[in-house]
Design a protein around this ligand. Structure first.
Ligand code: GLN
Length: 319
C-alpha cells in the first residue's frame, strides 16, 4: 500500500466513525469527566518515520493506563525479568482493570497491565527519593516521545484525592509484602504517571518505538533496551485490553493497550505503531471508536499477526 492510500484509509475511518455516538467518558476521576466526547484522532507512524494523521491529533490528554506499558519497561530495565516476575505475574485476569484481586497462591497481582499490577510495577522504579523517581519516569517517556513531558496537575490531584480503590489495592499488596515502599509515595508516582500529557501523535510514536525494537523512529533515541521488547509486547498482547484481551487477540491480533482517557496504542512489530484517541468508553473501559478503528485497520491492512495471507497480500509499508 502506498502512502496516499494509507492516508485515504485513515480519512475514511475517521469519517465513518466520527458519527458513532456510543459509550460514555470516564467520570470516576472527576477532572477526567470534563473531556469533550467529540474529540477523535487516528495516527500511524511507521518504523521508517513516516507519519499519517487525521482529526484532533494535537489535542493533549492524560495517558492513563497506556503508561503501564512503559513503566513496566522501566521496571524491567531496573531489576531484570526474573525479579519482576516474582512481584508481578503475566496472566490475564478476565476481570475489570480495577479489580481488587491478587493471585491466591503467589499473592502477586496478575499482570502489569491492570491497576494492581501497575501499582506494584511502579513501586519498583528505582530512585533515591520521590523526585528522582518521578524524573526518571519522565525521562523515560521523553525517550519514547521526543520532548519534555508534563504532568497534568489537576488530573493528578483529582485522582489522588478520589483514588481509594487503587489505595485499597496498594494496602492489600503491602499486607502480602508485594510492595515495600511507602504506599502514598508509590501511589503518587502511579497517579503522576497516569497524568502524563500526550496527544494522539505521541501515542503512535510510542507504539512505533516498540514496533521498531525500542528505537524512536523519529529521533533515533533508544527508549528501552531491546531484550525487554518481547516481554512488553507479550503482556500487551495477552493483557493490554483488560477483559476484552482475548477477543481483541482473536479479532484484531496485535499487541495493544488502552486507557480510560480513550486512547489506544497498537503495535505491528517491525512495521508501525497506531494511536487512536476518542474518549467515550465501552463497559470494559476501552474506547468505542478506538476498538472499531483498530478492528477495521487490522482487517483492511491485514495486520493480524497470524494472518499470513493478509500480510502477504495487502500490506507492504516498511517492507
Ligand atoms: N488512572 C486510572 C486508574 O488508575 C487508569 C485506569 C485506566 O486507564 N484503565 O484508575
Amino acid at each position: 500500500m502506498d502512502s496516499s492510500s494509507l492516508l485515504t484509509v485513515l480519512n475514511e475511518l475517521y469519517s465513518q466513525y466520527k458519527s458513532l455516538q456510543e459509550g460514555t467518558v470516564a467520570n470516576y476521576i472527576p477532572e477526567l469527566a470534563k473531556v469533550n466526547p467529540e474529540l477523535f484522532s487516528i495516527c500511524i507512524v511507521t518504523v521508517d518515520g513516516q507519519i499519517y494523521k487525521v482529526g484532533d491529533y494535537e489535542h493533549f490528554f492524560t495517558i492513563q493506563s497506556i503508561s503501564k506499558v512503559f513503566a513496566y519497561g522501566l521496571a524491567l530495565e531496573d531489576h531484570g525479568r526474573d525479579y519482576i516476575l516474582t512481584r508481578v505475574g503475566v496472566e490475564p485476569t478476565g476481570d475489570a482493570f480495577n479489580a481488587i484481586i491478587l493471585d491466591e497462591q503467589s499473592k502477586r497481582p496478575y499482570n502489569p497491565m491492570v491497576n494492581a499490577g501497575a501499582i506494584a510495577t511502579t513501586s519498583l522504579i528505582k530512585g533515591s527519593d520521590p523526585t528522582e523517581r518521578l524524573n526518571r519516569m519522565l525521562e523515560m517517556f521523553k525517550r519514547y516521545i521526543g520532548r519534555d513531558m508534563l504532568v497534568d496537575i489537576s488530573i493528578f490531584t483529582s485522582e489522588r484525592s478520589t483514588g481509594h480503590r487503587n489505595r485499597a489495592m496498594a494496602h492489600l499488596m503491602l499486607n502480602f509484602g508485594m510492595i515495600d515502599r511507602n504506599i502514598e509515595e508509590a501511589l503518587d508516582l502511579y497517579f503522576q504517571q497516569c497524568a502524563v500529557m500526550v496527544n494522539c501523535q505521541d501515542l503512535a510514536v510510542m507504539a512505533a518505538t516498540l514496533a521498531n525494537r525500542g528505537m524512536n523512529p523519529i529521533t533515533k533515541v533508544q527508549a528501552v533496551d531491546k531484550p525487554h521488547i518481547k516481554d512488553i509486547l507479550s503482556v500487551m498482547y495477552t493483557c493490554g485490553m483488560y477483559n476484552f484481551a482475548g477477543e481483541w487477540a482473536y479479532k484484531i491480533g496485535i499487541p495493544a493497550k488502552s486507557g480510560i482517557c480513550g486512547g489506544i496504542i497498537a503495535v505491528v512489530p517491525n512495521k508501525m505503531g497506531i494511536g487512536v484517541f476518542s474518549p467515550p468508553l465501552d463497559a470494559r473501559g476501552n474506547s468505542v471508536r478506538g476498538v472499531k478503528v483498530c478492528e477495521e485497520l487490522s482487517q483492511r491492512l491485514g495486520l493480524h499477526l497470524f494472518d499470513c495471507l493478509g500480510q502477504e497480500a495487502k500490506f507492504g509499508i516498511g517492507d
